[in-house]
Design a protein around this ligand. Structure first.
Ligand SMILES: NC(=O)c1ccc[n+]([C@@H]2O[C@H](COP(=O)([O-])OP(=O)(O)OC[C@H]3O[C@@H](n4cnc5c(N)ncnc54)[C@H](O)[C@@H]3O)[C@@H](O)[C@H]2O)c1
Length: 367
């Protein structure tokens, strides 16, 4: 295959490209990434000589179309997104710019270049949230979209864009909505690398008040294999859920980190919830199992423990990235107005670049 993988220098994108090159060494892969604060080219260091890296914006339709033609791309896999729920509360516009308009620009380039497949990577979060106390509640591929946060709404908008390019112009699309991912190379603003890094330095772990809120967890490599199976055998126009059925609360994730690093529970610091903090997501992924025979291969709890050890052993990877995180833990309000001026009290908001702002809290999510 000749692949154009967007967001390839991010967490899941880099795991995907590494997995793809290991299993399909004959592929031609263009790894495309804007290198926002979350994009990190060293994530691809060990496979740089097997791929072509291009820095650019998915919303730049003309440039992307030229690349698709020059590299005779047959398959686009779109991971590129603003992905941090907490940043979305502070600076929502950039989420709608990339996740909706950027996705449209990419679809347009793919339509013009006539690719054979456009795979779009989305999230369980587009459906809104589920009650904690309803054991039968689950999202199917037919559940209505009811996003509750700016990140989720921007991802939902992106999904609608992709689907409309299929319905209107026959762009040969597939979509995956996946559960919370864990694994190596995740930017240290997300709960698992963040809590591991803090605990290693005996710093407080900022746990939201609603620490019973829970997520379904999957290793990024299981997600990567599901996407490859869909590229091979998935039906054009279809959406597939990718999950494991294994749910863990914020409290349980925190305990796994503290146990693995042998650190005391006294490091836990309860902080105010993020506004719109979703309670629970759970995907019915029986369609991909039934129709394509996919099953996750990595036990989530053992995989999370192994991932904590990876971060513990790879301080040199995450330490320099912490400086780039636009959202830092602390106290204060969640106002999206906050970044425009000095905060009167509470959070310290620090400009770290032309389009990156620092805000008050830490994520309890994986995206
Ligand atoms: N992390 C999860 O648990 C999870 C779960 C389900 C779905 N997803 C989806 O998977 C995808 C990847 O998520 P992630 O966790 O790896 O995120 P990430 O933030 O680690 O990576 C996103 C990458 O996209 C790049 N990017 C951002 N804007 C861009 C633009 N305009 N043009 C080109 N590149 C751009 C960034 O530089 C970064 O490298 C996202 O679409 C996300 O919504 C994530």
């Amino acid at each position: 295959m000749r692949l154009f993988v967007t967001g390839a220098a991010g967490f899941i994108g880099s795991n995907y490209v590494r997995n793809r090159m290991a299993k399909h060494p004959g592929d031609h892969v263009v790894a495309f990434d804007l290198l926002t604060y979350a994009g990190n080219r060293p994530n691809l260091a060990d496979i740089e000589d097997q791929i072509t890296f291009v820095q650019g914006d998915i919303g730049d339709t003309d440039t992307v179309e030229t690349l698709l033609r020059e590299h005779r791309i047959d398959t686009v896999v779109n991971f590129a997104a603003e992905s941090h729920n907490s940043l979305a509360v502070i600076d929502p516009a950039r989420f709608f710019r990339t996740n909706v308009l950027g996705t449209q620009g990419l679809c347009e380039a793919a339509r013009r270049a006539g690719v054979a497949r456009f795979h779009h990577v989305s999230t369980c979060e587009v459906y809104g949230d589920l009650a904690l106390d309803d054991p039968d509640a689950i999202f199917t591929e037919d559940s209505p979209y009811r996003p509750r946060t700016p990140y989720n709404a921007s991802k939902a908008g992106g999904d609608h864009v992709v689907r409309c390019y299929h319905e209107t112009w026959d762009l040969p699309i597939t979509i995956t909505n996946c559960a919370n991912n864990f694994g190596p190379y995740q930017f240290p603003e997300k709960v698992l690398p963040l809590f591991t890094a803090l605990a290693m330095d005996d710093q407080p772990l900022p746990v939201y008040e609603s620490s019973d809120n829970r997520r379904e967890w999957i290793h990024a490599l299981d997600h990567a294999d599901a996407i490859d199976l869909i590229l091979d055998r998935g039906v054009v126009g279809e959406t597939y859920h990718v999950g494991t059925g294994v749910e863990l609360s914020v409290k349980q994730i925190t305990a796994l980190v503290l146990d693995e690093l042998d650190k005391p529970a006294s490091l836990i610091k309860i902080v105010a919830d993020r506004p719109g903090h979703d309670r629970r997501y759970l995907l019915d992924w029986s369609k991909i199992r039934r129709e394509l025979g996919w099953e996750p291969q990595i036990d989530p709890i053992a995989g999370i423990q192994e991932t904590i050890r990876w971060y513990a052993q790879n301080r040199a990877w995450w330490e320099p990235l912490r400086e780039r995180a636009p959202v830092v833990e602390g106290s204060g309000s969640w106002s999206s107005e906050a970044p425009r001026g000095p905060a009167p009290s509470g959070p310290t908001l620090v400009e770290t670049g032309p389009d990156v702002r620092r805000g008050p809290a830490a994520s309890q999510d994986s995206d």
